[in-house]
Design a protein around this ligand. Structure first.
Ligand code: CAA
Length: 259
């Protein structure tokens, strides 16, 4: 895939679709065209059979320091309503392939919200997460109050949202916000290695596991259980299930094809 974007870079390397936020001079502040570009790249990866995992990272010293304040400073409520401001964000949440975020430096406001849209997060030891919107007289609008609260519970979410206080990588590990922490120098390398491991798993299992886990976050238990069961049954209609179980019996590594 050639990179025809202004605010991001996108490429395919082996099984991985890589997106790099690329406005380093403004710490990758997220403007509307950047969100559209991220969505377009992700939807392209979604349709590309070669891509099994999507990796999202930021160029420069930050992952992303928030929504672009300059872009929205003069907006009013009706501008947002008429523009349906977060429609692209809603579609990001519908991507079915796994998304792994690599976070270095700041992941603030919309940057933290984008990180929370990822399924797994690896962060450099200098990473700082937070919702500073309260300091601007606003609040998160791209899912931050919902996703953070579902992830860490009301107590810490309320504290972090009320104070705008930053969360260190160490704290983020402690509260289950990130999966791993690495030295900054090896962040991308480690993330790609981690992503490769997941790309080698049976793609349809990964797809339906993602769907089922996200259901667990949003649905009551009985609905989630029902949903999980249907997905479990569905995987028994795949070639990869036959291959995976046959390989186990033949004591060899399976060759998963996503069929
Ligand atoms: N929007 C627009 N520009 C931004 C930006 C943002 N969110 N964050 C940083 N920048 C720009 C700065 O204006 C600066 O540009 P200039 O060089 O042209 O002045 C450049 O990036 C570098 O930033 P700093 O000089 O401020 O760097 P620093 O290291 O001193 O501070 C920082 C870093 C603490 C992250 C600081 O830049 C900051 O506080 N940024 C704003 C963070 C923020 O409030 N984010 C939330 C935005 S609201 C939101 O995201 C709403 C939502 O939910 C949708």
């Amino acid at each position: 895939m050639t990179n025809s974007y202004e605010y991001i870079e996108a490429s395919i390397n082996g099984n991985l679709g890589q997106i790099t936020l690329n406005r380093p001079k403004v710490l990758n502040a997220i403007n509307r065209p950047m969100v559209s570009e991220i969505l377009s790249a992700m939807e392209g990866f979604e349709e590309n059979e070669q891509v099994r995992v999507i990796v999202l990272s930021g160029n420069g010293r930050a992952f992303a320091a928030g929504a672009d304040i300059d872009e929205m400073a003069n907006d009013n409520a009706i501008d947002f309503e008429l523009r349906n401001q977060f429609k692209d964000w809603d579609r990001l949440a519908m991507i079915k392939k796994p998304i792994i975020g690599a976070v270095q430096g700041f992941a603030l406001g919309g940057g933290f919200e984008l990180a929370l849209c990822c399924d797994l997060l690896i962060a450099a030891d200098d990473a700082e997460f937070g919702f500073p919107e309260v300091n601007l007289g606003v609040m998160p609008g791209a899912g931050g109050t919902q996703r953070l609260t579902k992830l860490v519970g009301k107590t810490k979410a309320m504290e972090w949202l009320f104070t705008g206080k930053r969360i260190s990588a160490q704290e983020a590990i402690q509260f289950g916000i990130i999966n791993r922490m690495t030295a900054k120098e090896v962040l991308l390398e480690e993330t790609l290695k981690f992503a490769e491991g997941i790309a080698n798993q049976a793609p349809l299992s990964i797809r339906l596991i993602k769907e089922s886990v996200l259901k667990a976050v949003d649905a009551p238990l009985d609905e989630g259980m029902h949903f999980e069961r249907k997905n479990f049954y569905l995987l028994f209609s795949t070639e990869d299930q036959k291959e995976g179980m046959k390989a186990f019996q033949e004591k060899r590594r399976p060759n998963f094809r996503g069929k």
